[in-house]
Design a protein around this ligand. Sequence first.
Ligand code: CP
Ligand code: NVA
Length: 305
Amino acid sequence: MTHFLTGLELDKNQALTLLDLALNIKQQPQEYSQALAGKSVVTLFEKPSLRTRLSFDIGINKLGGHAVYLDQQNGAMGNRESVQDFALNISTWADCLVARVNQHSTLKTLSENSSIPIVNSLCDLYHPCQALADFLTLKEVYGDVSQLKLAFIGAGNNVTHSLMLLAATLGTDFVVVCPKGYSPDAQIVKQAEQIAAVNGASVLISDRVEAAAGSNVLYADTWVSMGDSTPLEQVKQTFMPYQINKALVEQTGANSVLHCQPAHREYEITSEVMDGKYSKIIQQAENRMHAQNALLVSLLNPNYV
Ligand code: CP
Ligand code: NVA
């Protein structure tokens, strides 16, 4: 693996190995305290962040590495200088670039012009670091994730895409329940279906919440993603039937609830569920750091794997 842009870089065995490494790093942090010694990782953000920014920064520090945060003080990427020049320069000093960008094409340009690994920490189409943390959490809770049915309920988006692709890779049955007009990207669904078929799993897209019946896990994300200026109130009526609340949890029989956060309480998820006994949401947020640390160690110091 040279770059981590979509999550498709990992096959089933590689993904499972990475999750095992993440568990090991979580359980035996002292063994990895120098795994990134002498390495500098630039983290760049075109969009806001709490979890991603801090979990990378603190995680890199725990591995003995050096994190450099770069916000958009110079305006959007490509304004002050080309993305190509940006990548060529950063490659001379840093060992890795973690980038949260508006457009996936920016990541492609970065990766084509850099001699260091590029990690996608969210773009319009994917959020693969999030999916790694989500499946790390499910592995901790259930062990074998290939026996699970996972339902994403809300708007098809970057988080849906990455979760769907990793579910397909790991053999987890995946359902997306979303209002008409909010389906995930058709091409990514097709890709996921092909991968799922190889790994004995299924992918289903439906606008009926009944399709989530029998799910072990329900997953929520915001109804309006960063970069979309639509007020939440404007879509509330459309999405309210897709809210993850106590009734839906009981109706589906699920016993775990995930949310990538930031959450809008009483919109896509109720506080009752978010703070309730089935919520794994804070464990999931903690796991961002452990999953990303495993990824960085694999990319920058494979001797440790
Ligand atoms: N889940 C997630 O990526 O959170 P942030 O946007 O706060 O980084
Ligand atoms: N789909 C959300 C995820 C936030 C972590 C967004 O892109 O804003």
